[in-house]
Ligand binder design. Structure first.
Ligand code: DHB
Length: 392
């Protein structure tokens, strides 16, 4: 038998979802072990999205006195939707009394790793999980290989798959590694990090005849920008000058501050929701349970919203032997997941130009954009969804 360790909750994945879950469980007096296949350095340096909903920020402030969301992060009170050579600002506080924060995911992760390791969390890097053994349904076990290549078995009262879109835990819940509702898109984002001053103090989501672009930021010195591209595009193919020409052409009426491109990547788009989020004492959260296209920045926020619900359910199940909340976990989580799926799909389809778009399609899209920005109801829906629905 491989070395076996015991814990109450085995959490696979030390991303925002897994780490926040370990904190919320610790607050409820429930021990957990978190494992991740990556190293700490890899987790802290991978560039991901950057927008946190109001509710996510409120939670980080509550659980982490050391969070830098208010010092390194920036509050954003609106975004600009740009089309037909004009910008239209959506002002969040006046519409919904909420805001968002630009605070990159890898900075959130640095805070959360420091928080959990500082509290003595059993957190193991370089652990490759092979699967979940649910032979004893009351005590599922994570079957893994540790950082030294030695077999490792973690027996728990509950196993959580917070292990991202290529989840290994998912198969133990849905019966296959892919089982779910699925949609692909005929475009992707070409993302860059560049050394330049900000081009705008708020995010610009731009629909142009040449395609979509998003102007975001990272710091006073480094900016993050994206433009719609072919899903098979080679990130190293265009020169810096070509990247800038493409970006400039997609935000007509705005002049971007240019600078050296220090990182490039191509992000493929998918919408996915697993057919099941829980089976017995195994549950999925975050990208393991669902993926959204990036337009609207829902991914990390949705993962954290799952975790808030699951932590309440595990507190009741493991603390008070009450299974009512865990029985309702999937249904409660799916309510928000499908709203976020709709919003992400809607922002994506409203702002991008499909490769086969006809003149009718383009003109209809303009009609849709005008409807949204000219109507207080339209702006309010966008602001409500962008800043995040309250958790129930
Ligand atoms: C960023 C990413 C998004 O998908 C988005 O909608 C807004 C901002 C970003 O990486 O900054």
């Amino acid at each position: 038998m491989p070395p076996t360790i015991r814990t109450r909750v085995a959490i696979v994945g030390a991303g925002p979802a897994g780490l926040i879950l370990s904190q919320l469980l610790a607050d409820a007096g429930i021990d957990s072990i978190v494992v991740d296949s990556r190293s700490r350095a890899e987790i802290e340096s991978t560039i991901r999205a950057g927008i946190l909903e109001q509710g996510t920020v409120d939670l980080l402030r509550t659980i982490d006195p050391g969070t830098r969301v208010d010092t390194v992060g920036h509050r954003h009170d609106g975004i600009e939707l740009r089309f037909g050579d004009e910008g239209h600002r959506i002002d969040f506080p006046s519409l919904v009394g909420r805001s968002v924060w630009l605070y990159p995911q890898h900075e959130v992760l640095k805070d959360l790793l420091a928080l959990r390791l500082g509290a003595g969390q059993d957190l193991r890097f370089g652990v490759t999980v092979e699967g979940v053994d649910d032979g004893d349904p009351e005590h599922p076990a994570v079957v893994a290989t540790d950082a030294h290549g030695e077999p490792l078995r973690i027996e728990a009262d509950f196993v959580v798959g917070a292990d991202g879109s290529r989840s290994v835990v998912r198969a133990a819940v849905t019966g296959s590694s892919t089982g779910g509702y699925f949609r692909e898109y005929p475009f992707a984002w070409f993302g860059i990090l560049c050394e330049a001053p900000p081009s705008s103090h708020e995010l610009i989501y731009s629909n142009s005849d040449a395609g979509f672009a998003l102007i975001s930021q990272r710091s006073p010195e480094v900016q993050r920008m994206y433009f719609q591209c072919d899903p098979n595009a080679d990130p190293s193919a265009p020169s810096d000058a070509e990247v800038w020409d493409t970006l400039q052409a997609r935000v007509p009426g705005t002049t971007l501050n240019e600078g050296p491109v220090i990182q490039r990547d191509v992000l493929r788009f998918r919408s996915f929701v697993a057919h099941e989020l829980r089976r017995g004492r195994i549950a999925l959260v975050g990208d393991a349970a669902h993926t959204v296209p990036p337009t609207g920045a829902k991914g990390m926020n949705l993962a954290i919203a799952d975790v808030v619900l699951l932590a309440q359910a595990l507190g009741a199940l493991l603390g008070e032997d009450d299974d009512r909340l865990i029985e309702g976990y999937a249904e409660r989580a799916l309510d928000r997941i499908w709203k976020a799926q709709h919003f992400s799909w809607w922002m994506t389809s409203m702002l991008h130009v499909a490769p086969d778009a006809s003149a009718f399609d383009r003109l209809r899209q303009r009609g849709e954009l005008s409807t949204v920005v000219e109507s207080e109801a339209g702006r309010t829906y966008l602001a409500e969804a962008y800043t995040g629905w309250p958790t129930r």
